[in-house]
Write a protein that binds this ligand. Structure first.
Ligand SMILES: *Cc1c(COP(=O)(O)O)cnc(C)c1O
Length: 236
């Protein structure tokens, strides 16, 4: 299938999952996970109706920005971010989904202050306690949410998770429900009277209908749009 057909199919699935859950399909943002894609493919995706792009790696982000490849879409950073690379990301993307440690949170706030911006962020939660994945454990989230809410140069917009890869539909629903519940639990902490903080970034190619059923506002989809990609070291 062509890119345009894949996009249409994913959008139709989003619409169906939203309607089945009694939700407005317009409340769900499809973030195209563009890792390993070329600038031309990204431009083609945007021309075919993609409105948000998510990058994993600083190197690819920088190269595509130099090419103006994201023109016409919002830009999200969704991959593991090293503290020493925040300067390449802060102020250049609309939302950082993957804030996974206190050290990184502080580095983002400091860099945002340095360049005079307020950076929108999400906290990444490691719901399954997987050793191989970064993110806060659920019981660390309230404290980190208060810390972020009190920072002057980050704006905490919500939570993100990357559960284990689903083998079948329905398998990850409980993780998505957990993230939703966690967001509800800390809402009093993350209400910091700046802006809307109801973002739930969850769901990928194999499980986004479950994420939508559990309240996702942002789904991050790569393979279902662009087809299988070659494995990359450090990618998920
Ligand atoms: C690659 C990636 C995705 C998309 O994964 P697919 O299974 O290809 O849809 C979503 N989120 C993150 C953080 C990713 O790295």
């Amino acid at each position: 299938m062509s890119l345009g057909e894949n996009i249409a199919k994913v959008k139709a699935n989003i619409e169906a999952a939203a309607r089945a859950a009694g939700r407005d399909p317009g409340s769900i943002t499809l973030v195209a996970a563009t890792k390993t894609q070329t600038s031309d493919t990204i431009r083609a995706a945007i021309a075919a109706g993609i409105t948000a792009c998510g990058e994993n790696r600083v190197q690819e982000l920088t190269a595509h920005l130099d090419d103006d490849a994201y023109e016409g879409a919002s830009l999200h950073f969704i991959g593991h971010l090293q503290t020493n690379k925040v300067k390449y990301v802060v102020g250049r993307v609309d939302l950082i989904h993957s804030v996974s440690s206190e050290k990184l949170l502080r580095a983002i706030d400091a860099q945002a202050e340095k360049i005079g911006v307020v950076q929108d962020i999400l906290l990444e939660v490691n719901l399954a306690g997987e050793e191989s994945k970064s993110g806060f454990s659920p019981n660390q989230v309230p404290e980190m949410a208060s810390l972020a809410a009190n920072m002057t140069h980050v704006n905490l917009r919500g939570l993100m998770c990357i559960p284990p890869r689903a083998q079948y539909l329905g398998e990850n629903f409980r993780f998505f429900e957990n993230l939703h519940q966690l967001a509800v639990d800390i809402r009093t902490k993350i209400v910091d009277n700046k802006t809307d903080n109801g973002i739930l970034s969850m769901g990928m190619s194999d499980d986004y209908p479950d994420a939508i059923r559990a309240g996702a506002t942002h789904i991050r989809v790569g393979t279902a749009l662009f087809g299988p990609r070659p494995p990359l070291p450090g990618s998920t």
